[in-house]
Write a protein that binds this ligand. Sequence first.
Ligand code: DC
Length: 214
Amino acid sequence: MPPPIVIAIDGTSASGKSTNAKLVANALSFVYVDTGSMYRTLAWYCLKQRLDIHDAKAVARACRTWKTTLVCVKAHVRLLVEGYYPEREIRTAETSAAVPHVAAVPKVREWMKKRQRECVRFGSLVMEGRDIGTNVFPETEFKFYLDASLEERSKRRAAEGIQENLAARDQRDSQRAVAPLMIPLGATVVNSSGRTSAETSGEIIAAIRRRLKP
Ligand code: DC
């Protein structure tokens, strides 16, 4: 069996990472991993345990002791907590507001990186996040960085019914001390402004297929 391939898709919030990463995974029959949902799951768990999410030590302790399993369901990886997948809970405004604090804790990032690297046991991956090409799988030769204009990204969030200060979120993601959001070395930068997801994902799929050709 050839070794699994990892496609890293990083980028700013609302740049179309999830939609495009799913389309790419589907086209190549690879497994899809949404790493943001893993950070969201920890944020939800901390809130449920009534932990102070500003207390980095308490958050790190929770991450050391929670009972989790990684499973692959219909080619999507899920992080379960005590066998439960909090699919809806991780998308609430409360969880969204808590997650950047949890994601800034160095011990949390270490834990997440280990779990994310373990996902190759499910096969070849399309993994989306903020630090996949720079930190989680820096060795992969398939790195993409997605972006779109602030105006278009804000419109996309508004269309989803979410009012969010994306400029502030970008700043927090890019300026955090550990594994900040940045364009990975050697990444192909793809701008999704004014393009359909079929066009954007098509560009990524074509680039991967060109490189996969013997
Ligand atoms: O992509 P998302 O909105 O679901 O991400 C949720 C949060 O997790 C966001 O604040 C960025 C953070 N995140 C991260 O720091 N590193 C990742 N690899 C993925 C997400």
